[in-house]
Design a protein around this ligand. Structure first.
Ligand code: PEP
Ligand code: MN
Length: 339
C-alpha cells in the first residue's frame, strides 16, 4: 500500500506514520519529495492488517491499495484454466458445457420429458430448481424435497448430471446428496455463511453474480469458497439490474471477458435470467461463446406458457435444438468442444 502524507507534515508526523506502518506488519519505505512525503508499505495486503485505517490520521491525505483483494481465484495463482470435473463431465479449458432444463421442477412428467429432450439435443447437465427464491411469498416456492427426488430420478434415467439451487445453509447437506453441482443464486451471492457451508461440502459450485454485485465482490465471494477448501467453483454471469426496462436484467457480457482475465475459474453464462426474454436467448448464447464463456445455463420448458415460474424467458425444445445446432460455428471459432 502507499500512504500519501499531506504537504508540510512535520518530521514527527512522518515518523508517526512510519511507526504505525511497521506496527501493522509492513516494512515502511519513506520517499521524501520536495513538498510531500509518501510511505510505501511493503507486505501482503491480503493477509496483513489493513492500513486503510491510517486515513484517520490528520497528516494522512490518502492510502492507496496496490494489490488485488482476491488471491486464490486470481489468474496469478494459477496460470492454466481450472477444469471442473462434474462426475466425469469436464468444464473449462476447451470443454464447453451446456446445462439446460426448467426454471423449476414442477412434476415428474415435466422434468423427465425435458431431461430426455435436452439430452437428445446436446445438454450434459440438467438444471431445475427444487427450492425457488421467489420475490413474492404467494408465488410457487418449488417442490423442495419432492423436487430433489424427481431430479434424482431424472439423473438415473438419463445419465445427465444435476445442477440445482441451494437456498439456505440448513439445506446444503441434503441438496448435496442429489446435486452434482450446487447452484448459489443471485440473491445469495454474498451470503457468506452459505458460501462457507457449500465450501465444506466439497461439491462443485456454480456461483451466480448478485444482481447489484461488482465484479470484484463476485470474485471475493468465490474466494470464500476456495479459501474454505473448495476449489471446484464456476462463476456465472446472469445479468445485473440497471435502468433498462426492455430486458429483465442487463446481461453483462463484458464481465465474462473480465472474469476470464482476472480469474482461472470457468465462467458460465445464464442468458435466461440475463434478459428475461425467450426471443433473445439464442443471440445472447452466441455472444457468451464469443466473449469466452465456458458454458451456458439455459431455461428450457416443454410448454413455457404453462410454466410455474419464469415462463416468459424459457424456451421450448425446438428452440433449444436450433440454438445448439447454430452454436457450433461459434464454438469452433473459439476453439471449444461440447463437453
Ligand atoms: C434460476 O436460475 O432460476 C434463478 C433463480 O437464478 P438467479 O439466482 O440468477 O436469479
Ligand atoms: Mn428462473
Amino acid at each position: 500500500m502507499i500512504v500519501i502524507l499531506k504537504p508540510h507534515s512535520s518530521e514527527q508526523q512522518i515518523r508517526d506514520v512510519i511507526e504505525e506502518v511497521a506496527k501493522l506488519g509492513y516494512t515502511p519505505h519513506p520517499i521524501r519529495g520536495a513538498l510531500q512525503t509518501v510511505v510505501a508499505a511493503i507486505g501482503d495486503e491480503r493477509t496483513h492488517l489493513t492500513l486503510e485505517s491510517l486515513d484517520a490520521l490528520p497528516q494522512v491525505e490518502r492510502v492507496l491499495r496496490v494489490q488485488k483483494r482476491y488471491k486464490m481465484v486470481s489468474r496469478e495463482s494459477s496460470e492454466t484454466d481450472t477444469i471442473i470435473d462434474v462426475n466425469g463431465i469436464r468444464i473449462g479449458g476447451e470443454n464447453f458445457a451446456v446445462m439446460a432444463g426448467p426454471c423449476s421442477v414442477e412434476s415428474e412428467e415435466q422434468l423427465l420429458v425435458t431431461a430426455r429432450a435436452v439430452r437428445k439435443r446436446g445438454a450434459t447437465i440438467l438444471r431445475g430448481g427444487a427450492y425457488k427464491p421467489r420475490t413474492s411469498p404467494y408465488e410457487f416456492q418449488g417442490l423442495g424435497k419432492e423436487g430433489l427426488r424427481i431430479l434424482d430420478l431424472a439423473r438415473r434415467e438419463t445419465g445427465l448430471k444435476i445442477i440445482t439451487e441451494v437456498l439456505s445453509e440448513r439445506d446444503v447437506e441434503h441438496v448435496a446428496n442429489t446435486a452434482d453441482i450446487l447452484q448459489i443464486g443471485a440473491r445469495n451471492a454474498q451470503n457468506f455463511q452459505l458460501l462457507v457451508e457449500c465450501a465444506k461440502s466439497r461439491k462443485p459450485v456454480l456461483l451466480k453474480r448478485g444482481m447489484s454485485q461488482r465484479i470484484e465482490e463476485w470474485l471475493l465471494a468465490a474466494e470464500y469458497l476456495l479459501v474454505n477448501g473448495n476449489p471446484h467453483v464456476m462463476l456465472c454471469e446472469r445479468g445485473i439490474r440497471t435502468f433498462e426496462t426492455y430486458t429483465r436484467n442487463t446481461l453483462d457480457l463484458a464481465a465474462v471477458a473480465i472474469a476470464k482475465k482476472e480469474s482461472h475459474l470457468p465462467v458460465i453464462v445464464d442468458p435466461s435470467q440475463g434478459c428475461g426474454r425467450a426471443d433473445l436467448v439464442k443471440v445472447l448464447c452466441r455472444g457468451a461463446v464469443a466473449m469466452g464463456a465456458d458454458g451456458l445455463l439455459i431455461e428450457v420448458h416443454p410448454n413455457p406458457a404453462e410454466a410455474l415460474s419464469d415462463g416468459q424467458q424459457q424456451i421450448d425444445f425446438s428452440a433449444f435444438g436450433d440454438l445448439i445446432a447454430e452454436l457450433s460455428p461459434f464454438l469452433k471459432a473459439t476453439g471449444r468442444i461440447l463437453a
